[in-house]
Design a protein around this ligand. Sequence first.
Ligand SMILES: *[C@@H]1O[C@H](CO)[C@@H](O)[C@H](O)[C@H]1NC(C)=O
Ligand SMILES: *[C@@H]1O[C@H](CO)[C@@H](O)[C@H](O)[C@H]1NC(C)=O
Length: 316
Amino acid sequence: MANRSRLIEGCNMRWWFRCRLWVWWGGIVVAVVVLLALVCTALTHTYTNYLLRSLEGPLPADDPELLTYIREELLQPPSSEPYDLLEKRNVAQILVEESEVFYNKSLRTLFKDKSDGFFVEAGALDGETMSNTLWLERELGWTGLLVEADRTAYLSLITKHRRAWAANVCLAPTPYPSKEMFYIYPHYPGPLALSLGFKMRSMHGLTKYNEKATSSSWFTKVQCIPLESILLSLGVTRVDLLVLDVEGAELAILGHFDLQKFNVLCIEWKKKHEIDSVVQQFKKRGYVEAARLDEDIILVQHGSQYEGRLNTSTHS
Ligand SMILES: *[C@@H]1O[C@H](CO)[C@@H](O)[C@H](O)[C@H]1NC(C)=O
Ligand SMILES: *[C@@H]1O[C@H](CO)[C@@H](O)[C@H](O)[C@H]1NC(C)=O
């Protein structure tokens, strides 16, 4: 205290010029230190959070930030507006395929008394053409999740005002999100041509799981999200019906997590000679085959209320 007051006194009076010198020196020392610090920072590499996070490996399927991102950026909530369907104007309904009749009949038998269920339909196309789930919404008050990776099909889907969540992604064949090569067939102009087009052409799919990609295919990269992550982000713990028409990636999509939450699975398996072994794999995971028509299989979780409602003897 004494020193300081003397200093102040000195500054204010006789030795003010000496004090000024100290201030100058002090200023220079501070400036040099700041400069050194800046140079050191500039010479040290800085790494982005992205890199540091990537070093840990892919994002886990239940990463909290991922789940928020899915909910806020990728999912379109169910619509409450009136349906805007083509119905009778849908050219595609002129050609009713055997597989549509098979699913229609089987699913109506399975779910005849089940209201307010939850479905997941992947490969949902325009949400109307060949849809296996639209009637569940309209007649039994279900809701669900419609997944469609093809942009054109998805844009058509959301104009239909389905009572279900929708996402323009593909289901990841890995237990983490990734971008995958996808092939699409060229789309034809016009709303009718679009729905007919879905039916006429083989459908799009992940390139590495599909052998049908031809020179007329277009390729694009699409964001894939594990089904598990989407269901977690929606808080869905029970799926009454899962329809997978994803052209070969079915086993990969379902391979990485527990299937306990799915009651009924509808799977199209294009390679007929593999169907029996695919069914065997699902049997090991707690399912029984409930019905089959050519390449379409319906599997029911063993012990669920739906077991035994269909008879396996409907083999073609
Ligand atoms: C599905 O079944 C219902 C009721 O039996 C019938 O009215 C409808 O035309 C069927 N649709 C198809 C595509 O088979
Ligand atoms: C299924 O069909 C077979 C033969 O047609 C019959 O013996 C069996 O009782 C049927 N099972 C059920 C659950 O209806």
